[in-house]
Write a protein that binds this ligand. Sequence first.
Ligand code: PAF
Length: 284
Amino acid sequence: METISTVAGLRARVRQWKQAGARVGVVPTMGALHDGHLSLVHAARARADRVITTVFVNPIQFDNADDLATYPRTLDDDARLLADAGVDMLYAPTVSQMYPPGFATRISVSGVSEGLCGGTRPGHFDGVATVVCKLLLQTLADCAFFGEKDFQQVQVVRRMVTDLDLPVEIIACPTRREADGLALSSRNRRLTPSQRETAVALPRILQACAADIAVGADVPAALARAVRQLADAGFDPVEYVELRSELDLQPLAVLTGGMPARLLAAAWLGDVRLIDGMAVPLPE
Ligand code: PAF
């Protein structure tokens, strides 16, 4: 695996691959890699001839300076994991490479970026859309892989790719979980042992809520109950628990046959913000 940090170096290598007829896949990440990221790499290897993983902690998608400062940075470990996983190139640009002095453009996707995480993290999805657009254009990848844990992010990226006619296929991969159900996340490593014990309540409560809704529970009441249960378990604050259409993220007050629905939540343990989501089984 080679490590490249400049756009020129990246482009030169990708040009060679493409001249040889290779299909190029990219897995954009912010590093601190875990099995969830590696499952994206495996999906990329199955669908592309050459795989690039990008590691870039993108400052413009953080709405909180402490979160940016404490975001785990483990580039050497990441490089080892990626080499073992068969990645061809690690692209790790510097902040000044990505955002040189004078950089002044933002991509803003309306609609799907509003509410949920967009409601509490001002500017977050503009930052995500801007960096993902740049990474897709820098790598000229044919396909790009994202985790479904960040469900709203996937919708924002899909909308942007459609609207800007970017010639790339977006592939969403299922959330990977610990044995007890906690969704894998780079932020999990910041949980204390006791917060880690509490964290498992998030997928458990969402699972129970999804099951209740699937068998006809009143949706607003089921969501309010899940919020209360999370608060009782020790999450503070509980930002949201919502039922949304999987197709366009519209809020759903009832489950209707044929409309895939997803329960989405964000809640804090100390200074760690966790998100999770799960599909609600459709009524027969
Ligand atoms: O999901 C992430 O890790 C980031 O939001 C992404 C897509 C790499 C953009 O910085």
